[in-house]
Design a protein around this ligand. Sequence first.
Ligand code: AHR
Length: 598
Amino acid sequence: YTISVAKSGGNSTTNLQYGVMEEEINHCAEGGLYAELIRNRAFQGSSLYPSNLDAWTALVTVEGKGKIGLTNEGFWGIDVRPQKYSGSFYVKGAYSGSFTASLESSTSGKTLASVDIKSKSVANKWVQHEFTLTPNTKASNVNNTFSLKFDASKASGGSLDLNLISLFPPTWNDRPNGLRVDLMQALSDLGPKFLRFPGGNNLEGETIDSRWKWNETIGPLTERPGRPTTWGYEETGGMGLVEYMEWCDDLGMEPILAVWSGLALNEDVVSEADLDVYVEDALNEIEFLTGSINTKYGALRAKYGHPKPWTLNYVEVGNEDNLNSGLASYTAYRFAAFNDAISKKYPHIQVLASTIDMTLPGTAGGDYHLYDIPDNFVKSFDLWDSYNDSHPILLGEIAATEYNNGVGIDWSDYTFSLYPWWIGSVAEAVFLIGAERNADKIIGTTYAPYLMNLDSYEWSPTMISFNADPDNTARSTSWHVYDLFNHNHMTDTLPATSEDAFGPLYYVSGLDKKTNSHIWKGAVYNSTADVPVSLTFESIKQGATADLTVLTAPDAYSMNAVGGSNIVNTKTITIKAGKSGAFSFSLPNLSVAVLTTN
Ligand code: AHR
């Protein structure tokens, strides 16, 4: 390949190329990113998943002596190490004794940390008790439990009501009700530029009534009822609207808020006549986030500790409204109702439809999702080249999910990989390059789903996988591709010409105006030999140097597994532009590369 890159004539990018998509699925937040260690902490339930005692067992005593109570097994284990754990629980009932909170090893039977808490408990009123636990040593594994005990002989009537029993390890930025440090580290290292939330199917709800209701995810935890996710389990609401925004603050991500659009997964649709209340609800949600403290919902945000309004530039209406027989009503009235109301009140907000399967009105953008086999990602390399540039598109969910099978995914019978695997990650890189080439049309791209608790999940593969042990967290092969692309950020694309057609080498070139570094990204897919590249930049002269980073893996099916080590090989060399000003190098099959001039 002989490639010449012009010094001007490209497009500026949104600066949001790569982000994160988050919805409650795979216990990604409940039992994952949301750092709460106690599963089923408030016995929350709904019509879909009635309240139960999952994860809890009763502690009884022999012959009624000593303390009784209950034990929680955590989200399939509890990580115990020498650090401060902040706990809290609510009690109702007159009790003159003390409580004992402890962490115990199920492997050795030993108590790893324990604290006595003097009762403040009274009859007929919920009273909160707080405590801390500080183990001296790291437990040998996560097979540990949390117990809360009391002396029944000192409780009026021999029993007490307990609820909202919570235990947090240290969190990212020490936020109360905050996020798990190792997962935030994996996200922070990736440098994501936006967060699309809170769904995904989980936004939509199984039924209209079980949709994600923003106003039930704010304020004190005692006032968050929780809800049935669309992924087979109940969520507590602990990871709510404010927590999502704090997450954006902590990682410098642009929020892309999805509002409920009048369609549930069971195909129930709100009629045109009844839609107003939901449009109003979306406006209230936006006011809650962005309104001054003189507005009704801005004042509520201030009451909950955030007087300063957040900035919101993107709002998506619904999720995949082209599915579940939603397209007709979405096209006929639902999208227009939300789009018109949001654009009128907040003209600076870029409204996105949750599909591109319709004629997008005015300046509205769209959202495109792609789950496919690697070959089809590569076939989609030029998907955006012929796309009209008047409607910006978010690539809000993409992932190579299933091995090449000559066809694509049969959604009635699919076999998804447990983790991203190398050939899939390279194919994604080809597609990402195709998106970067069309910077004037594509807002940015995110993998989905993003996180998976290996002990309880519904959908693989994901960008990051984990279990209760933070030392086991796996940054996938795709994580390494996005990491490389994200940290070599183009503010502008630059046109490139070559007599050699795309395939097996796919590439994009551009510039980071902030550093004046020229950037070239390439991926090789399906080549029988190494691919020689001679790359010239119009404004780079002989003798200039560049760093070339190449990602490879031991074989096409290598993957990064929970508890395993990283199989992606990252090699960076410095090369010099030769006589003709060309950087010459060659790339092996199934490689992803970035060259940046110094
Ligand atoms: O990412 C998993 C699911 O895939 C999302 O919830 C949905 O939007 C898509 O169909």
